[in-house]
Design a binder for this molecule. Structure first.
Ligand SMILES: Nc1ncnc2c1ncn2[C@@H]1O[C@H](COP(=O)(O)OP(=O)(O)OP(=O)(O)O)[C@@H](O)[C@H]1O
Ligand SMILES: [Mg+2]
Length: 221
C-alpha cells in the first residue's frame, strides 16, 4: 500500500502557545481516517498543515511522497490543486455562483476550459444523483444539500486525498448520515484517501482507523 500522507514530528504554536506537539502520522492510499478532538485542540490547524495551507514550526510533511518543505509556494499550490480536495468546516460556496459554477470553480483555477469544466461538473452531479440542484444558488439549498455540494466540489480535480474538516458539525443527523455515506462511497468506489475531523469522540464512523487529538498529541482511539 502506498503512503499518501506522512507527518513526522509536527510542531505548531500560535503566539507562543503550542497547539501541536510532535504529531506523527502515516496514511496509506485508500484509508479513511477520523481525527477526533474537542473544540480548540488543533484539528483545523492540523488539516491546514496537511493541506499545505499552513507550515509547521518543525517537522516534515510529505504528500504523495513529496516533501512539502522542499516545494516553492507555486509548487505547493499546484500539488494542492491537483491532489487535495478540501471540505471546510463552514460551507464556503460562493453565493453569486450556481451550484454547477461552484463545482467548476477549482477547475477554473486550474485553467481548464469552460466546456470541459461543465462536462466534469455535470458528470459528478449525475453520478451522485444531484443534477436537479445544478442551476440553484447556494442560498436556496438546505444545509445538508450545501454540504453535499461542497463534497462534490472537493472531488472535481480527481484528488487522491480529501480533507474534510468537521463536515457534519452544522447539519442534522439524517444529513450527517447521508454525508458520511457519500464520503464512504467516494472512498471505496474512487479509492480516495479521506481524513475527517469531528468533535464527536464516540460517533460510529465507517473509517479504517480513528485517532484522538488531545494536548497537542495524536493517539489511536
Ligand atoms: N491563525 C491563528 N492565529 C492565532 N491562533 C490561532 C490561529 N488559528 C488557530 N489558532 C488557535 O489555535 C487553537 C487551535 O485552533 P483550531 O482551529 O485548530 O482548533 P479546532 O480543533 O479546529 O477547533 P474547532 O473544533 O472549534 O474547530 C485555538 O486555540 C485557536 O484559537
Ligand atoms: Mg476547527
Amino acid at each position: 500500500m502506498d503512503t499518501v500522507i506522512e507527518l513526522h514530528n509536527i510542531w505548531k504554536n500560535y503566539s507562543g502557545l503550542e497547539i501541536l506537539k510532535g504529531i506523527n502520522l502515516n496514511v496509506g492510499e485508500g484509508e479513511f481516517i477520523s481525527i477526533r478532538g474537542k473544540s480548540g485542540v488543533g484539528k483545523t490547524t492540523l488539516l491546514k498543515i496537511i493541506g499545505l495551507l499552513e507550515s509547521p514550526d518543525h517537522g516534515e510533511v510529505k504528500i504523495l511522497g513529496k516533501a512539502a518543505n522542499k516545494l516553492s509556494d507555486h509548487e505547493k499550490s499546484k500539488l494542492r490543486l491537483k491532489a487535495i480536495g478540501f471540505i471546510f468546516q463552514f460551507f464556503n460556496l460562493i453565493p453569486t455562483l450556481t451550484v454547477l459554477e461552484n463545482i467548476e470553480l477549482p477547475l477554473a483555477l486550474a485553467g481548464v476550459k469552460k466546456q470541459e469544466r461543465i462536462k466534469r461538473a455535470q458528470e459528478l452531479l449525475q453520478y451522485f444523483e444531484l443534477s436537479n440542484l445544478a442551476q440553484r444558488f447556494p442560498e436556496t439549498l438546505s444545509g445538508g444539500e450545501k454540504q453535499r455540494i461542497a463534497v462534490i466540489r472537493a472531488l472535481i480535480n480527481n484528488p487522491k486525498i480529501i480533507l474534510a474538516d468537521e463536515p457534519t458539525s452544522s447539519i442534522d443527523e439524517e444529513n450527517s448520515n447521508l454525508l458520511i455515506n457519500l464520503l464512504k462511497k467516494i472512498n471505496t468506489e474512487k479509492n480516495v484517501t479521506i481524513l475527517l475531523t469531528t468533535t464527536d469522540l464516540y460517533e460510529k464512523l465507517p473509517t479504517t482507523r480513528d485517532y484522538i487529538l488531545k494536548d497537542g498529541r495524536l493517539m489511536p482511539k
